[in-house]
Write a protein that binds this ligand. Structure first.
Ligand code: PYC
Length: 399
């Protein structure tokens, strides 16, 4: 049988129409959707290997139950693109729309969840409030007694939410882009950004200098660093987010469960592992070490909800980097001061689920030279114009 590679290796060309910095799901999705618009003289430059960053370090949760109109519409578009992605890219993405619970443990939390349910419904998103007995019917192992420190008082339930195989999303977009003629360059680090008379002209990499007309930074946690090379200062603050996976167990958890109060979330993969995470590390840094503190705090909190987990064995821990913005919404924007430079970042703890809509709209913006209506609220100048898109209340886990 012929050994066909999913994407090819190339020498670096001297000239591209578009260079994308970052070979994660967002960068590769941008490349794929650019190719669908007929733009294929494109290079994706990835400093390590594709999916090395946030795309390979998330907990693969998809949902669109946000709080603001802007966020709800955007993440709904993303979820709808995900729904058709396996067919479009001819790749089994193991997408499971198993339903998503956000638990409330106080009247204040329930009031926030109710606002989200109503905002969601008004925009046609399937989300509603459940009481503890209804929750128990769907999650028989949960403790809804008044024994825990924070008893469960209700939940926002979002049936279309679920999980997906995150690596498969990266590989499928990479293959789709490669087949259309996009070049993917791994182990290619951007060391400098070249600007002449207010216009992007290229990048200096560890493999040589490349000229381009348009340059897109799609690097999640490294956004401040890349923007710095272009002399652009945006309000990103980078925090690590930690997660863990257990050994495989008989399937018992058939929905995604999140508790903002306890700062935890978990789901069970098709292989039976529990994939678990909590809030960002409270202070900013770029370390990707796993800590015992995370493990201890996660275990203590999850046992309050699911005492049956007292004996599970953890297989692996990891951390990824999140570039947080002040309003917990992304920046997807051309940069007025530098013609041809675009920034896609600030995904905080929401990035993976946004990949399709992020790539789709970024590609439209770059191809047409005009910001699509869908992402206009996410332009960087909102911070100067006091037009924030406050999504902190819809973070699964905000610290
Ligand atoms: O926003 O759904 C979310 C999420 C899950 C894990 C981290 N963030």
């Amino acid at each position: 049988m012929m050994n066909t590679r999913m994407w090819k290796n190339h020498d670096l060309n001297k000239n591209y129409d578009v260079v994308i910095i970052g070979g994660g799901a967002h960068g590769l999705a941008t490349a794929y959707y650019l190719s669908k618009l007929g733009i294929t003289n494109v290079a994706v430059l990835e400093q390590k290997f594709i999916g090395y960053g946030g795309s390979g370090r998330n907990t693969a949760i998809l949902r669109s139950n946000y709080r603001t109109e802007e966020g709800i519409k955007f993440y709904d578009q993303s979820l709808k693109l995900y729904e058709n992605l396996a067919g479009e890219l001819n790749f089994n993405l193991m997408f499971s729309q198993q339903g998503h619970f956000t638990l409330g443990h106080s009247t204040a939390a329930l009031s926030g969840l109710t606002t989200r349910a109503e905002n969601n419904k008004a925009l046609g998103i399937n989300s509603y409030i459940l009481d503890p007995k209804e929750i128990k019917k769907m999650l028989p192992e949960i403790d809804i007694s008044d024994h825990p420190r924070f008893p469960v008082m209700g939940a926002l339930y979002h049936p279309p939410g679920g999980i997906i195989r995150h690596d498969a999303v990266v590989w499928a977009y990479a293959r789709g882009a490669d087949q259309a003629g996009v070049q993917i360059h791994q182990l290619t680090k951007v060391e400098d950004i070249l600007i002449d008379k207010g216009k992007v002209t290229g990048v200096v990499t560890n493999r040589g200098t490349v000229n381009c007309k348009q340059l897109i930074s799609v690097v999640a946690g490294w956004s401040s660093d890349v923007c710095h090379k272009a002399g652009v200062k945006l309000p990103f603050v980078t925090h690590p987010l930690q997660a863990l996976v257990t050994l495989s167990y008989k399937p018992w958890l058939h929905h995604v469960v999140v508790s903002g109060t306890l700062h935890i979330y978990l789901s069970q993969t098709d292989r039976g592992e529990l994939v678990c995470g909590n809030g960002i590390d409270t202070y900013p840094h770029y370390g990707m070490r796993s800590t015992l503190g995370f493990l201890e705090s996660y275990a203590a909190h999850v046992l309050e909800l699911f005492p049956i987990l007292h004996n599970v064995a953890v297989q692996r821990q990891w951390a990824g980097l999140c570039d947080m913005t002040p309003d917990y919404s992304p920046i997807i924007s051309s940069i007025d001061e530098i013609e041809g430079f675009y920034v896609n970042g600030g995904w905080g703890t929401y990035g993976f689920k946004a990949s399709p809509a992020s790539g789709y709209n970024t590609a439209q913006m770059v191809a047409n030279g005009k910001t699509p209506e869908m992402i206009n609220p996410f332009r960087y100048n909102r911070f100067m114009e006091n037009r924030l898109v406050g999504e902190k209340a819809a973070a699964s886990v905000s610290s």
